[in-house]
Design a protein around this ligand. Structure first.
Ligand code: AMP
Length: 309
C-alpha cells in the first residue's frame, strides 16, 4: 500500500442541470478526488486552500472519511474558490458561468511532512505552477505522478502546463481537452502527441462513453456503466481520477495491466457520483454498493468468443 497525496481545489459550486439548481454546495477537484480515494482505505492527504467562509463541518466530514486535511490551508480573511456551471440537456456538455479564484489567486501549497514521501501523487485540476510546486516539495520522486487538468488552465497557462507535463507519468483528461491540448481530432493521434509532451500513460475520459488508456502503442477501452438517470455530472472526472489513484495506491502496482483495473474502479465510482448533486452521493456511498456495481461492470464487459472455430 502506498500513501496518496492529492492537490486540487476545495470549493463552493453552484450547479444548474435540467433537474434542478443548487446554491453554493461543497465541490472542488481535491474534494472529489479525496472522497473517491477514501473508498480504498489508503492514507490520503489533500493539499488545498479555503477561505474563512468555509464551514468546519465540511472538513470534519472529510476527516471522518479518513482524509487528512492538514494540507488544507484556511485563510480567515479570504473567500473560498467558487465555480458555477450549467449543463445542457444531454448532460455531456456544460458552460462555466463563473470561476472566482479568490484564495486560489495567491495560493502556495504546503505539503504536510508526513506526505512528502507519498508513493502516488495526484495533481488535481489547479494552476500548473501550483501542481509543480507540490512535486518540488516531495522528498523523493514518487512512484507515480498523475495529472488532471482542464481547458481553463490550457487557456490561461499553457506554457506552465507544458513544463509540468514533462514531470508527469499519467495524464487524465477529457476528450475535448485532449483535442485542445494536442490539436488532433482523432483521440488515438491526440494520445500519441500528448505522449511526446511527457506522460507515458494517457487516459482520455469520454463521459458517458467511458475511458481510453494509451501506453507505448498499447490501448485499453473501458465503458461507462449505462445509467438510467444522470442527475449531475459535476466531479465525475475527479472522482474517476481519485478512484484510479486510490486503487493504484492500495495495490502498489503501477503496471499497465493493473491500470486497466484502476480505470474500471474509477469508472465505477464516477457512476455513483453523477446520481446526486455535488458530493452528496459520494458522502453516503457504502462498500457493499461499490462491490455490487463492480459485478455489474464485469457482466457488462465480459464476453467469450471462441477464435478457434
Ligand atoms: P469535473 O466535473 O470532474 O470537471 O470537476 C468539477 C469540479 O472542478 C467542481 O467541483 C469545481 O469546483 C472544480 N473546478 C471548476 N473549475 C475549476 C478550475 N478552473 N480549476 C480547478 N477546479 C475547478
Amino acid at each position: 500500500m502506498s500513501k496518496l497525496l492529492a492537490v486540487g481545489t476545495v470549493a463552493f459550486d453552484a450547479i444548474e442541470t435540467p433537474f434542478g439548481k443548487t446554491d453554493k454546495i461543497l465541490g472542488g477537484s481535491g474534494t472529489f478526488v479525496g472522497l473517491a480515494a477514501s473508498q480504498f482505505g489508503v492514507k490520503t492527504g489533500v493539499v488545498s486552500v479555503v477561505g474563512g467562509d468555509f464551514p468546519q463541518s465540511y472538513l470534519d466530514m472529510m476527516n471522518a472519511k479518513g482524509i487528512n486535511t492538514e494540507g488544507i490551508e484556511v485563510i480567515k480573511e479570504g473567500k473560498t474558490f467558487f465555480w458555477s456551471g450549467k449543463y445542457h440537456n444531454d448532460m455531456n456538455s456544460r458552460d462555466t458561468l463563473i470561476t472566482e479564484l479568490n484564495v486560489l489567486e495567491n495560493f502556495t501549497p504546503v505539503v504536510p511532512e508526513d506526505f512528502k514521501d507519498a508513493g502516488i501523487v495526484m495533481l488535481g485540476n489547479l494552476h500548473p505552477m501550483v501542481q509543480a510546486s507540490v512535486l518540488d516539495q516531495m522528498s523523493e520522486r514518487p512512484k507515480l505522478v498523475v495529472l488532471d487538468t482542464m481547458n481553463f488552465w490550457m487557456d490561461i497557462a499553457l506554457a506552465d502546463l507544458h513544463t509540468v507535463l514533462k514531470r508527469v507519468d499519467v495524464i487524465t483528461i477529457n476528450d475535448e481537452e485532449a483535442r485542445q491540448l494536442s490539436g488532433e481530432y482523432s483521440l488515438v493521434n491526440a494520445a500519441k502527441k500528448i505522449h511526446t509532451m511527457g506522460p507515458k500513460y494517457v487516459v482520455i475520459k469520454k463521459g458517458e462513453h467511458g475511458a481510453l488508456l494509451f501506453n507505448d502503442g498499447k490501448m485499453f477501452s473501458a465503458p461507462a456503466l449505462p445509467l438510467a438517470e444522470v442527475f449531475d455530472p459535476t466531479g465525475a472526472g475527479d472522482t474517476f481520477a481519485g478512484g484510479f489513484c486510490g486503487y493504484l495506491a492500495k495495490t502498489g502496482d503501477v503496471s499497465f495491466e493493473n491500470m486497466k483495473n484502476a480505470i474500471i474502479y474509477g469508472s465505477n465510482l464516477a457512476s455513483f457520483c453523477v446520481e446526486k448533486f455535488g458530493t452528496e452521493r459520494m458522502q453516503e456511498l457504502t462498500e457493499d454498493e461499490v462491490k455490487k456495481r463492480l459485478q455489474a461492470f464485469k457482466e457488462l464487459t465480459q464476453f467469450d468468443i471462441d477464435l478457434k472455430s
